[in-house]
Structures are given as C-alpha cells and as structure tokens.
Design a protein around this ligand. Structure first.
Ligand SMILES: [Zn+2]
Length: 111
C-alpha cells in the first residue's frame, strides 16, 4: 500500500525529516533521553505486553507538509492494549511518547 513507501518519495518537496522521541513506560529504558529516529513515520511502543501499540505519524506529517510547518512537538499516549494475564482483562498500555518532528523543505528552485 502507498503509505508503506518512504515518506520522502511521497513528498518530493521534503528535503529532510527528523523525528526524535522520548518514550516513557514499560520497556522504554531508564535513561529518559531523547532518541533520534531519523526519517520514520511511526513510533514503536516498547512495552513487551502491548498489542497494536505505537503512534502513527502520517496524519501529523501530512498536515505539516500541507502547511509548510518546520517543527512540531507533541505528546501522545500509546493507543495499544496490554494483553491480560490469567484472570486479568486487557487494559490500556500506559506508555507515553513525547516527540519532536523537524522537516526541511527544498527551495522552490531546486525542484
Ligand atoms: Zn504500548
């Protein structure tokens, strides 16, 4: 499907995409440091119990490109569910993602 193609291929006006994330929660590590993920369009959840977690950035990126926005910072909770153990129902994953997106655009004349 088209959304699996590289972001820059779909958005030729984008020179560079850099995503940084600070994940907090299970499996996220104790360092609490920003990680540079580079040119990615989704944030993976590292909670080993989490199912269908992670944050999809496509919608956010599309809006940024449409408005030529260069920087965006946001915080999102993981939308995934933790599979319950015996006798426990599923519950929401509590991992939290702070992220920063930087986009650089090509100059009009370079296209
Ligand atoms: Zn999760």
């Amino acid at each position: 499907m088209s959304w699996q193609r590289p972001f820059k291929e779909l958005n030729p006006e984008v020179e560079q995409l850099v995503v940084k994330v600070l994940e907090e929660g299970k499996g996220a590590g104790q360092s609490h440091e920003w990680q540079t993920l580079g040119s990615v369009t989704r944030l993976d959840c590292h909670n080993p119990l989490c199912q269908r977690g992670g944050v999809d950035l496509h919608h956010t990126l599309r809006e940024m490109v449409a408005t030529r926005r260069a920087e965006l910072e946001d915080v999102k909770m993981c939308p995934g569910l933790e599979g319950g153990g015996p006798g426990a129902g599923p519950r929401h994953c509590l991992n939290r993602f702070a992220f920063r997106i930087s986009l650089a655009y090509k100059a009009e004349s370079d296209r």
